[in-house]
Design a protein around this ligand. Structure first.
Ligand SMILES: [Mn+2]
Length: 409
């Protein structure tokens, strides 16, 4: 037999882009997800954290969440929806309606409070026990007894790795003792394995200050680990042949401009319940409903690109514009907004930045003095040094100059 799971995470319901709502994209995604769960006859839906964008989600986001769960509960094949809290969620708020949600076959583990038993969630389909999910939410290492102050970063990394390993190990022990012989799946909301610089808004987004744990923290008795936290969808490279399949589903919509190149998807996971224990993972691409567009160039380029902008999606794009200019351009926001206007619904300019380029760089290497509002103190020193010594400014001189500059600024 095969247990069929859909794994998704990082919805960030209630998120906005410079006060522009994402409600339409989220509603479209939730319709898509319910269709997939139903048409693919899924047994389990795993949601690996960051359901909401804020710890106090707006009413519209709550409405969407509960509406989704009510509709999911009416899909006859779906035996369980298992939800864990992410770092953006309020654990207590996610947990609060648990008494009602459990009647809808929805299991919520909002946060970690040391109670391991409630994190071991058995899944029965038509009265038959088919799997156990180790439902691990976002856990701050502090909750596992790790205090970073005064510890070398290498030791801290080892301590965090050890603590998470012990947690997943203890949960797998419990699962095996309580429900022997059924496949074990796990969730997590953390940074694991390789990650790219663009994967985080800030460094604080990571586990402590060490960056990431390795996939060795996941007990080898688990067959699949459904991770959330990173918004890209990818399989975490195996560091050991005994570790399970570990995947990030990524977020279903591009939440930031840095995510526009991602293929947004949810993961369809087929877990073979036989002895070979194979796991097959397939990406189900989320159809884009609204695109985020980045216009980048000088004023003429951005205006021309805005004029030429077209789209195939149902909704017009949200536009970010970076205009490179040697001098401030008053009224540019209004100008670009105006050329975006179309009959019917227009694309919206959500952010426009004027990026100052140095006049001397923009105009090539001529001898005319640059205007004062575009030249930096470093540039003045470089020019002066060049005239005096006929060579490039040595790095140590520049470093000393910056030190002095830092004191007088
Ligand atoms: Mn997230």
């Amino acid at each position: 037999m095969t247990l069929r799971v859909i794994h998704t995470s990082d919805w960030h319901l209630g998120a906005t882009l410079f006060n522009h709502t994402r409600e339409a994209e989220h509603a479209h995604f939730l319709d898509f997800l319910l269709d997939e769960v139903e048409s693919k006859r899924c047994d389990v839906l795993l949601i690996s954290g960051d359901v909401f964008h804020q710890s106090t989600p707006p009413a519209a986001a709550l409405n969407m969440w509960y509406g989704f769960l009510a509709r999911a509960s009416r899909i006859s094949s779906l035996a369980a929806v298992i939800v864990v809290g992410g770092n953006h969620d309020s654990a207590a708020r996610l947990d609060a309606p648990q008494a009602i949600l459990s009647a809808l076959r929805v299991h919520v583990i909002g946060g970690y409070d040391g109670d391991l038993d409630k994190m071991v969630v058995p899944v029965s389909v038509d009265g038959e026990l088919r799997a156990v999910v180790l439902a691990v939410p976002f856990v701050h290492e502090y909750r596992l007894g790790i205090h970073g102050a005064g510890v070398a970063s290498g030791e801290l990394a080892a301590a965090i790795e050890g603590a998470f390993g012990a947690l997943y190990n203890a949960l797998a022990d419990r699962a095996e003792a309580l429900h022997p012989g059924v496949p074990i799946l796990a969730t997590g909301h953390l940074t694991c394995g390789e990650w790219k610089p663009g994967d985080f808004e800030t460094e604080l987004h990571q586990i402590g200050t060490i960056g990431a744990v390795t996939d060795r923290v996941f007990d080898s008795r688990s067959r699949y680990v459904a991770l959330g936290h990173i918004h890209r969808s990818y399989r975490v490279a195996r560091r050991s042949p005994t570790t399970p399949e570990v995947w990030y589903s990524g977020s279903p919509i591009a939440l930031r401009l840095s995510e526009v190149s991602h293929r947004k998807s949810v993961l369809l996971v087929d877990v073979d319940e036989g002895d070979d224990g194979s796991v097959a993972v397939e990406r189900l691409p989320v159809p884009p409903h609204r695109r985020l567009v980045h216009l980048d160039g000088d004023r003429a380029t951005v205006v021309a690109d805005a004029k030429a902008l077209t789209w195939d999606e149902d909704l017009p794009p949200y536009v970010f514009a970076d205009v490179h200019t040697t001098e401030p351009l008053p009224g540019l926001h209004e100008e670009v907004s105006a050329v975006l206007e179309r009959e019917g619904e227009s694309a919206r300019l959500v952010q426009l930045r004027q990026l100052r380029v140095q006049a001397d760089r923009a105009e090539g290497d001529n001898d005319a003095p640059p205007s004062l509002h575009v030249i930096t103190p470093e540039k003045v020193l470089q020019r002066r040094y060049n005239e005096e010594y006929d060579g490039p400014l040595p790095n140590d001189v520049l470093a000393a100059f910056r030190q002095v500059l830092g004191r007088v600024r």
